[in-house]
Design a protein. Sequence first.
Length: 114
Amino acid sequence: MGKARWQLRNYSDELGDLQVALRNALFEVAEVAEAIKQVEKVAAGYGCVISQDGKVAWRDATSVQSESYRHGADANLERMVARAIALADSADSALNQKLSSFGTAPGKEPTKPG
């Protein structure tokens, strides 16, 4: 009976850890979604869109913006896209690490009554 109780306690601890990891993942995914919204908002302000592969595309190639303006806008948007991707990679990595270790923690051996 002692070993079964020990195993249940370990599984309970792991499930608690997993629950925390999933809550953290939800928060991180919300951060990614907000970063994407910000990129899209700023891009729209510049007159751009962001393609599926994260590239800046100008809606009107013949617009009057100077080359310097476009270069600055491109650089700003590329930084924002890179930040959103980094946030997504970090969230993905953290959750995958937790999921891959789930059920593999050895836990502590039960102590024998004295």
